[in-house]
Design a protein around this ligand. Structure first.
Ligand code: FMN
Length: 414
């Protein structure tokens, strides 16, 4: 199912073998980098990304060009760090880009590096990405061989080396500052902010951390311009987005659609609806890291603002569909167990809070609930909210509160 005439990001679905550098260059590949290096100043590259309205696809939706512009012009070295940790449950979009359209990512990295004056980039992948990273390394090797990476690219004074690094499979290492610590060889735990990575990141130097999908957007933006890019999506959420669709759907998978596309289109036209024609009970729009939405939201436009207005977050756009057969207390218990397992233990609200919530859910699901357990869960969530060192702990209260808000009777029944 393709509702776009041509994919911007999943181009391998239109052009077979685009992961080979010859195929990529035959279809306009590395032309954006050529244009930037021969025709544009670094500032102009940042400006076009700013004007495009591209927002980070890793979760927070922060404007990409604005982030780049925070990097001080006079401090060197600077680093580009690519977040390929992709650990959010239900998220599998970056992997598809890495495996099938790696050169578009590499070109995006090079454009970012040029814009912020960096000569070194690191791609940090989740520990389980061994296979995808073999493919990615092949693409990087090809780019070196053909002169798109390395010393004096296109005979200019711009040089860039790209290194890959695999973590050990910890969810917290997707959080950008924990990622930087892990990359430096330390245990991956979040840093306090400020300072933000743009001023003091990897090895204390200015660093841009961007998601894989974010950077894959940059070559078409630089090549075709901001106005061209803005023909897709909405005014405040321009462009296309890869929606990861999983759970109770006939055709799970990645679907690249303009931002603002209604949820019904994603679920029914792309996903083929719920198996057996059963009703949608709830949707998780951002993996397990945002409040779940009840199933009557099918006309919701999928852009950052609309999903927020509906009481959740678009995040990484990982849509997990739950049909009417799902026990919502059980589902929330699984999510809380995930957070308890992944809590890094640095701060007590998250370390203790996820532990206690998990304990209460265990009781609930084993049929040993105590009177007042639902309010106890809400009480723990209130104590965690706003008090955790990083967003992992804050995320963990989302499934608890939202499932109680919309399905309290299922809790009471237990
Ligand atoms: C617990 C946690 C896990 C995260 N995991 C990821 C991840 O797997 N991939 C990712 O790109 N961003 C992840 N993020 C968001 C990053 O911290 C950061 O916002 C992102 O890499 C910035 O890139 P962007 O501006 O291109 O979105 C996570 C954040 C938190 C708090």
């Amino acid at each position: 199912m393709n509702l776009l005439k041509e994919h911007l990001l999943l181009r391998h679905r239109d052009i077979p073998n685009i992961r080979d550098i010859d195929v990529y260059t035959r279809h306009g590949g590395y032309e954006a980098l050529r244009k930037a290096l021969t025709d544009m100043s670094p500032l102009q590259v940042t400006d076009v990304v700013k004007a495009s309205g591209l927002r980070g696809r890793g979760g927070a939706g922060f404007p990409t060009g604005v982030k780049w512009s925070f990097c001080p012009a006079h401090v060197r070295p600077t680093y580009v760090v690519v977040n390929a940790d992709e650990s959010e449950p239900g998220t599998f979009k970056d992997r598809e880009i890495i495996e099938n359209n790696g050169h578009q990512l590499i070109e995006g990295i090079a454009l970012c590096a040029y814009a912020i004056g960096s000569q070194t980039a690191f791609i940090y992948g989740r520990g389980e990405f061994k296979g995808p990273f073999v493919r990615l390394q092949q693409s990087i090797d090809e780019a070196y061989q053909q002169g798109w990476l390395g010393q004096n690219i296109l005979g200019t004074d711009f040089s860039l080396d790209v290194y890959t690094h695999l973590g050990a499979g910890a969810y917290i290492c997707g959080e950008e500052t924990a990622l930087l610590d892990s990359l430096e060889g330390k245990v991956g735990m979040p840093r306090s902010r400020p300072p933000f990575p743009a001023t003091a990141g990897l090895y204390g130097k200015p660093t841009v951390v961007n998601n894989v999908e974010t950077l894959a957007n940059v070559p078409p933006i630089v090549l075709h311009g901001a106005d061209w890019y803005r023909q897709f999506g909405t005014d405040k959420s321009p462009g296309t987005k890869i929606f990861c669709l999983s759970g109770h759907v006939v055709n799970p998978g990645n679907y690249e659609l303009p931002l603002g596309t209604p949820l019904r289109t994603l679920l029914e036209e792309c996903g083929g609806g719920v198996p057996g024609g059963r009703a949608v009970k709830a949707i998780l729009p951002a993996g397990v890291s945002a409040p779940l939405l009840p199933g009557d939201n099918l006309d919701l436009p999928l852009d950052y603002e609309s999903v927020q207005q509906a009481g959740s977050m678009l995040g990484s756009a990982s849509f997990i569909v739950m049909d009417e057969t799902v026990d919502m207390v059980w589902a929330a218990s699984k999510m809380v167990h995930f957070f308890k397992h992944e809590s890094c233990g640095k701060c007590s609200p998250c370390r203790e809070g996820t532990y206690w919530m998990n304990d209460v859910y265990h009781r609930l699901c084993q049929g040993h609930a105590w009177p007042g357990d639902v309010d106890l869960l809400l009480n723990i969530a209130d104590q965690m909210d706003g008090n955790c060192f990083c967003l992992l702990g804050e995320f963990s209260v989302c499934p608890v509160r939202s499932s109680i808000q919309h399905f309290r009777e299922e809790y009471e029944a237990k």
